[in-house]
Design a protein around this ligand. Structure first.
Ligand code: FA5
Length: 339
């Protein structure tokens, strides 16, 4: 039996030295140390060993088992080490390489223009108020001297929800809402989203306006003009050319439209500005006394001026954007240029 054990030891040592993958280690363990393994089979012959030799044979059995286990652990540790080394080699990180850094986001050009316009107006003493985008026909039109079926409604191609409810086509709807609740004198601006069935390089179906309304005693066209010139110069710089044109709105009398130099041709005349060299930015005027009276303000005592900026147009002019629709496509290349 001692001879058998020595042979088993040699056979096991020769075999384990040839094991070259981790999965084969378990087969080896079962073959030698398992319940039906070779060592167990030899042990079954222990009962035939004379009693005085048993301690010596027992010691030899333990020695062989310990040696096999030791070799198994050493091999296992070796495989694990190699696995770890190959993982590390695959995922090698060069800590001396410069970091990639995070890209910084930026405000959308429209948000920047809103911030600029609102800040300038707040610094001039205006209060910011808001109104609903889903609006009653009354506030969007009727309270502004535009009765049902009046031809001037055609100036704005409006999205109606029902006969009396619509998506507001202008922030002027906030004028009537404000006059209802505030006592003059007051100065408000109202920035927000508006909707019209319009689409080309300078018209978007969803766009943004900023309304302004000032009601006080002794207001004149000169106040409106001076205020707008200050605001435009702050927004575009001193060198920008500003043009006031006579116009018509049912809720202001007299009315003007205000243009600045075209962002595309800088005044030369191009397709974007239809050859005029200018881009229209806003409508404005002296509040029609009929509107004051309809909204409970004494038109003998108070007068007012109002204006409505196309905020997207301001962003176009400031950033030289040739197509208004590019601001709503979320194309990251465009947004990066605007940073
Ligand atoms: C109005 O909306 C009037 N409520 C402005 C006003 C307010 C007049 C207060 C008097 C007193 P208008 O339809 O012209 O007016 O639009 C005002 C501005 O909005 C235009 O000058 C233009 O800059 C912008 N605008 C109009 N339609 C669009 C559109 N579809 N897309 C982008 N901007 C537009």
């Amino acid at each position: 039996m001692q001879e058998q054990l020595k042979q088993l030891k040699e056979q096991a040592m020769a075999e384990i030295s040839k094991v070259d993958e981790k999965a084969s280690l378990n087969e080896f363990r079962v073959k030698y140390l398992g319940k039906q393994g070779l060592l167990t089979q030899i042990l079954r012959g222990m009962r035939d060993v004379p009693a005085e030799q048993r301690p010596v044979v027992g010691a030899l059995v333990n020695e062989v088992r310990a040696l096999i286990e030791e070799q198994l652990s050493a091999k296992e540790a070796d495989f694990e080490k190699r696995e770890m080394e190959s993982e590390l080699a695959k995922n090698y990180i060069d800590i001396t390489e410069p970091a990639q850094g995070h890209e910084r986001g930026a405000l959308h050009p429209l948000s920047k223009v809103f911030e600029l316009l609102i800040d300038s107006c707040v610094n001039m003493g205006f209060k910011v108020v808001e109104g609903p985008e889903v609006e009653l026909d009354y506030y969007n039109f009727e309270a502004l001297n535009i009765p049902k079926n009046h031809p001037s409604r055609d100036m704005q191609d409006t999205f109606f929800i029902t006969d009396n409810i619509l998506l507001r086509s202008q922030t002027s709807s906030v004028q009537a809402r404000t006059m209802e609740v505030m006592k003059p004198p007051f100065k408000i601006i109202s920035p927000g989203r508006v909707y019209r069935n319009d689409s080309d390089a300078t018209h978007s179906p969803v766009f943004h306006q900023m309304e302004g309304l000032v009601i006080d005693e002794n207001i004149s066209m000169a106040d409106l003009k001076a205020m707008l010139i200050v605001l435009m110069r702050k927004t575009f710089g001193e060198q920008t050319q500003i043009r006031f044109r006579p116009s018509f709105f049912p809720f202001t009398e007299p009315s003007v439209e205000v243009d600045v130099t075209c962002p595309s041709c800088h005044g030369e005349g191009c397709r974007l500005c239809k050859g005029t060299g200018f881009m229209e930015l806003l409508g404005a005027g002296i509040v029609n006394p009929k509107v004051l009276e309809a909204n409970g303000i004494d038109s003998k005592k108070y007068r007012g001026f109002a204006f409505g900026f196309g905020v997207d147009r301001v962003a176009m002019v400031k950033n030289g954007i040739a197509d208004i629709r590019s601001m709503f496509k979320n194309d990251i290349r465009f947004l990066k240029q605007m940073k």
